[in-house]
Design a protein around this ligand. Structure first.
Ligand SMILES: [Mg+2]
Length: 331
């Protein structure tokens, strides 16, 4: 049997590592044990470490959050790319729905004004809107209470679940009536985080999986709506990373084809599939490491993880897509 516990060493075979954040570096309770040392050892070994995250945060804010956790640029990683930074660029250069000429939008979820500031896009109500931005779903009374009173007044969207916490936070069902309402207006959507779920720590210290923007996007698509998405698994974010490697480190795309590159992630649908899409669509081969500290591990029996049998784990995951499986990215 192949044991996954021997796979960590293979990380050092690579020239460039693209690394996801949630479920790999960070869990619901802060840094995953040993990731600091792991990142430092990879950087010391001369490997280019690029963080590639589906998060709507800007890159600069993400680097600040990393610093607060003790992760420093050029010590633990070289660069940080978020799908939010890509979205911000699309918005600030007017590329988003440019072909269609759409500029008026409304938001679904916790409002994100900063992404649209100083751009040609203007927030309006749903009747005037030409598209809508899928923000973080407002799950439960806590998120709703945190909103400013004036916002609460105007929030038509995504507050269906605000008054009660009776729903499982990983299901989209409470938001379906509102999405149906939007779909009557036939509005296309924009989503800057394709993740279905994320893990968050509740006040009780308990780790909860909660629905994220990609879950809303999927439900809207299921209702027949159109969604433009940026982030993993779409190859554009990989291309964005390659452009950055060329611009900042002088590694051309031709040269990238000769490099050993791998994506490390906890989600098959985004991280691992993204590596496959990069290989197939951009002609730049990316291997993948699936870690069992995040979303994918949630469906596997703990005993199976502890045994570490590669075949048994792949069977539980119902997937043979990852090049390698590792128990944790931490040491
Ligand atoms: Mg993740």
């Amino acid at each position: 049997m192949t044991n996954i516990f021997n796979n960590d060493a293979k990380l050092f075979d690579y020239d460039i590592l693209l690394i996801d954040v949630y479920g790999v570096i960070k869990g619901g309770n802060g840094l995953i044990q040993g990731v600091e040392e792991r990142l430092e050892s990879l950087v010391k070994a001369g490997i280019k470490v690029i963080i590639l995250s589906n998060a709507t945060q800007r890159t600069s804010d993400s680097i600040k959050s990393f610093a607060k956790m003790g992760l420093q640029k050029d010590v633990h990683f070289h660069d940080y790319i978020t799908s939010g930074e890509m979205a911000f660029e699309m918005i600030s250069n007017g590329e988003l729905f440019n072909k269609e000429g759409y500029t008026k939008f409304c938001q679904f979820g916790i409002p994100r004004k900063d992404l649209f500031e100083n751009s040609k896009y203007q927030e309006t109500d749903i009747n005037e809107a030409e598209f809508f931005y899928i923000s973080t779903p407002m799950i439960g009374a806590e998120a709703y209470k945190k909103q400013k009173p004036e916002l609460k007044e105007n929030l038509f969207l995504s507050r269906i679940n605000a008054e009660e916490d009776k729903y499982d936070s990983t299901i989209i069902d409470p938001f379906i009536p509102e999405l149906k309402e939007i779909s009557k207006h036939k509005l296309p959507a924009f989503c800057a985080n394709p993740d279905y779920i994320a893990n968050e720590t509740a006040k009780t210290g308990e780790i909860n999986f909660v629905i994220r923007q990609g879950g809303t996007a999927k439900a809207y698509k299921d209702l027949g709506g159109e969604v433009t998405e940026v982030g993993k698994p779409y190859s554009e974010i990989y291309d964005y990373a390659y452009n950055l490697l060329e611009r900042k480190y002088g590694i051309s795309k031709e040269e990238l084809k000769t490099k050993k590159i791998a994506m490390i992630g906890d989600t098959i649908r985004t991280d691992i599939q993204g590596a496959i899409n990069s290989t197939n669509e951009l002609g730049i081969k990316v291997d993948s490491f699936l870690t069992l500290t995040g979303v994918s591990a949630k469906d596997i029996d703990k005993d199976i993880i502890d045994r570490g049998d590669d075949t048994e784990i792949r069977k539980s995951l119902n997937s043979d897509k990852p090049t390698y499986i590792i128990k944790s990215f931490g040491l």
